[in-house]
Every structure is written in C-alpha cells, then in structure tokens.
Design a binder for this molecule. Structure first.
Ligand SMILES: Cc1cc2nc3c(=O)[nH]c(=O)nc-3n(C[C@H](O)[C@H](O)[C@H](O)COP(=O)(O)OP(=O)(O)OC[C@H]3O[C@@H](n4cnc5c(N)ncnc54)[C@H](O)[C@@H]3O)c2cc1C
Length: 488
C-alpha cells in the first residue's frame, strides 16, 4: 500500500486507516546519504518515499553535462582509493575510472607535488625547489602545532597555534616569495576543510581517519553512482519539506505546498546548514541537546568556477596555483584536461573567500578568475562556456560540508546522529569513524541510519529476527572487477 498523501489531516486518523504490514519510511533529501538509505530500505522490502526539494537528485554531488562532458560542481574525488572505501564496490561494479591526484599522506591532501606549477601575482613562476622547501617548513610548522596542543588543555584555532609556533621558532618564519608560498600551503589546508584556519579546531583538525590509497578524481563524474543507487526508487523532486511531526508510531511530513506524507518512520538527511537555518519545523520541537549539536558544528563553503576553452593554452600539469601575501588571496586551478582530456580548468575557492565570491554576479566572478589566469598566461583566451557554483547561499545546502569548530563538545556527533523515536538522522555530518565531509561518509551515514530505522520498525512490529540486509544493488555488487585507476 502506498504512503498516503493527505490534506490537512491528523496523524491519528491516518493510523486508523493504515493497516498495511509493509513498513513505510519517508527519506528527506536525495543526496548520496538519502539515496543510500532509501536503497537499503527498499531492498529490504520497505515502502520508501524520498522527498527532495531540488529538481534533481544528488544534492552536493552535482555532475553538470552542459560542457558536453561531465564536470562535477560538488564532490569530485573519491577520498581513499581502496577496497575498504564503502563506495568501492559500487564504483568498481559500474566500471568508473579514477584519476589519482595524490597518494597517501600528501602534504596537499588530495594533491601531491608531482604535478603542479605555482606563480606569483606578477605572473612569474615560483621555482619548484622553493615550493618543495617551503612545503617541508609547512610540514614542520604543523607538526609543532601538536606540541602547542599538548601544552594547552583548552582548544584554540589552528591559526592561533601556527602563530604560537612561529613565535617559538623564528627559523620557520618566511619572508618575501617564500612567505607567499607558505600562505599558499595554508590556503590548500583551508580548502580541504572549506574553512579558514582561524575557525578550525586545533584539537581535532588532524584527527580524521583518512582511508588509504590516496585520492582519485571521478573521471566520468559522480553522477553514474547516484543514478545507479537511485534506480527504481520513488523519488519526488521539487518536494521541499517544511514540517516533520512524529510520535504515536507514525510520522507526518509536510511539504511546501501543504501536502502531507505519512509513514512509520522518517529519515532526515538534509544538510546541517539547512537544519541550522531552521527551515524545517519539528513537532515536537527537537530537544535542546540536539539543537545545540546542530548549532555547534561548523559548516564550510567551497565553490568551483569551471571554465571551458576552445583549446588548451596552459602546461600539462594537474594544478596551477597563485601565491599571495595572505592565504585568503592565494588560489588555484584544477586542470581537468590532464585527467579527462577536455580543455577545462576549474578554479576552486574555499572558506570566507568562497562566501565573498558568491556576492558577485556570475559574470564578475568569471572576470575575477580570468584576471588570475591572465596573470599566469597573458595570452589566455576567454572561456567559451562557464559554470559557477553557489553552495553557501543555496537554501538546499547552505554550505559545502561540516568541520569542527574550536571548542567542539566531545559528544557532538553522538547527539547529532541520535534518533528520536521514529525520527532518524543521516547525512554527511553524522557519519561514524570521522569521515564527515565526504561522499563515502555520507553514504555510510545513510546506511547506518537505514539499519537503525529498519531495526526499530521491525522491533515495533514484534519481529525479533531481522532479515539480512543488502547494501547496494545485487548485480552491481556481484561484479568483481578492480578499481580502475590512472595517472597521465
Ligand atoms: C564543492 C564541494 C566539493 C566537494 N568535494 C568532495 C570531494 O571531492 N569528495 C568527497 O568525498 N566529498 C566532497 N564534498 C562533500 C560531499 O559532496 C558531501 O559530503 C556529500 O555529497 C553529502 O551528501 P548528503 O547526502 O549528506 O547531503 P546532500 O548531498 O546535501 O543531500 C541532502 C539533500 O537534501 C535536500 N534538501 C535540502 N533541504 C531540503 C528540504 N527542506 N526538503 C527536502 N529536501 C531537502 C538537498 O537538496 C539535497 O539533495 C564536496 C562538497 C562540495 C559542496
């Protein structure tokens, strides 16, 4: 029996009408987490309806095809190119290619220094040896911040810790061009967290459990993964949820146009930025401990400006960086030509700078980015097409992914993921094992929330033994070809 759609009705009257033994769940959000959860429950014979506010699936995974080739404007890397990555079976099974941009423990996170070129604001290339040397200094500085952490029981920002290190070790201070290169390393670190160093918690910034195998760009984009997981699911696009009422073993979800959906349980996977903005009313109100956990999490911002040219005029390196006196003013382009063969550069901005760029029109943003590019390559042609993301001001995301603010309470994530009766929480921010902010973390969080929901409902129905769960579509999992990884 399908989940009822009702006008202005009460939960109680629905309970009377619904005698179906098939358990029903409403999943809110059709990002990777929501779709993974829905798939899991659908495969376990639950009646699942996914309500999605946008006119597309994928959420912060968004592969754009308007350049006649896939360009990921949201997530584009698989962080952890290894079989332990929960996404690996799906990516392997779909035969998707990965282009590895870095190995393990790179100082530049998802890049390494094998294929780079840095320039100063005057367009002069920074000698590669200087980049390597300053990289070693950066590494030392960050190692020294561990001692600062040991000396200070109270948390502080990474920026503050770097200042303390530079006061303690004047030999690590850099001048002139080398200082600018150091700022560029800080810019790269900030881009990883999508937040400025003065916002990041010293206590936890390097404690994440990074999977092995380095970082691989999804050459064909992330979209095929979303499409495969979403196949056959009942996903209602343009359904913006504004209210969730739960209790009495049922839950009712109200969308913008006033329609109500009723099910045995609800699984919320909307971004933390959306929860922080109070765009969804919860009845009864969320408890104070849950509200505080939502509020106490940092939400970063990162934007991409993708530029398609008629021909390649830049060198055959993976990325092109611009160094400057502050990390805010540094920047870099990812060269998609190297990984995909298409003449595309993607400028990437993070933290406050990404928010400031969103205040400009698309045209002004592209002009700004082109000024940067023309400093490096005065003969650069103008792009024939461009794409500009606005993750920070998009009411469907309000940011790109979460990070730990200074002074984050230890139990924050436990509170964030804790279910409230038949109300369950998924999404990137609630994943276990410190994989927040990633596609695989969001995927795992969806699976975990689905399993908790499954167990809860079957117990309520008096089934003590749960049927075995399957994680993704059988035909995909059954394929055993290895991950396809390249580097040109
Ligand atoms: C620019 C950028 C680059 C990134 N790069 C990488 C990367 O390279 N590798 C990586 O692993 N991760 C990366 N990430 C992070 C990764 O994309 C996310 O962690 C992951 O996609 C989050 O999935 P999710 O399902 O938790 O949330 P989302 O994908 O945001 O899904 C939530 C869904 O809820 C919907 N929604 C919101 N409000 C409502 C409402 N009121 N009613 C109904 N639906 C609603 C949204 O439209 C959305 O579809 C990046 C993110 C961004 C933005």
């Amino acid at each position: 029996m399908p989940i009822d759609i009702v006008q202005q009705d009460t939960i109680a009257s629905h309970i009377k009408r619904q005698c179906s033994p098939q358990p029903s769940v409403i999943v809110i959000g059709a990002g990777i987490s929501g779709i993974a959860a829905a798939r899991r429950l659908y495969d376990a014979s639950f009646k699942v309806t996914v309500l999605e506010s946008r006119d597309r699936v994928g959420g912060r995974i968004h592969t754009d095809y308007s350049f006649d080739c896939p360009v990921d404007m949201g997530a584009s890397w698989l962080h952890g190119v290894c079989n332990e990555n929960p996404m690996a079976p799906l990516i392997r099974g779909l035969g998707l290619k990965l282009y590895r941009t870095s190995g393990d423990d790179s100082i530049l996170y998802d890049h390494d220094l094998e294929s780079y070129m840095l320039f100063n604001m005057d367009g002069h290339q920074v000698p590669p040896q200087m980049v390597t040397e300053v990289g070693d200094t950066f590494k030392r500085i960050m190692e020294e911040t561990e001692k600062v952490r040991d000396d200070h029981p109270d948390d502080m920002s990474v920026h503050q810790a770097i200042s303390i290190v530079l006061n303690r070790h004047s030999e690590l201070r850099k001048q002139g061009l080398a200082h600018e290169v150091l700022q560029w390393y800080i810019c790269r670190m900030e881009a990883w967290f999508a937040a400025d160093a003065d916002m990041l918690s010293l206590k936890t910034w390097d404690q994440a459990n990074v999977l092995s195998g380095g970082h691989g760009l999804m050459v064909q984009g992330y979209d095929p993964v979303i499409k495969a997981l979403a196949k056959d699911l009942d996903i209602r696009l343009n359904h913006r949820v504004i209210k969730i009422s739960n209790g009495c073993n049922k839950a009712m979800v109200t969308v913008e146009d006033g329609r109500n959906f009723v099910a045995d349980a609800v699984l919320v996977t909307v971004p933390v930025g959306v929860l922080q903005a109070n765009l969804i009313e919860f009845i009864p109100k969320l408890p104070d401990w849950k509200v505080a956990a939502i509020k106490d999490l940092g939400v970063g911002n990162e934007n991409k400006i993708a530029l398609r040219f008629d021909k390649v005029f830049w060198p055959n390196v993976e990325f092109l960086g611009i160094v400057a006196p502050t990390s805010y003013a540094c920047g870099y382009f990812l060269n998609l030509h190297k990984a995909t063969g298409h003449p595309i550069l993607v400028y990437m901005a993070a933290g406050r700078f990404a928010c400031d760029l969103e205040k400009l029109s698309n045209e002004s943003t592209v002009n700004f980015v082109m000024l940067q590019l023309k400093k490096m390559f005065p003969g650069a042609s103008n792009p024939i097409q461009y794409l500009v993301s606005r993750w920070g001001s998009d009411p469907n995301s309000f940011g790109c992914y979460t990070y730990d603010l200074v002074g984050k309470p230890d139990d924050l994530y436990d509170r964030l993921r804790a279910p409230l009766g038949n109300l369950f929480f998924g999404g990137e921010a609630v994943c276990m094992d410190d994989h927040q902010g990633s596609v695989h973390g969001a995927y795992s969080a969806g699976i975990m929330a689905a399993d908790n929901c499954h167990k809860y409902i079957l117990e309520k129905q008096g089934h003590m033994e749960n049927p075995p769960l399957v994680s993704v579509r059988h035909e995909i999992l059954e394929t055993t070809i290895p991950l396809q990884i390249s580097r040109m």
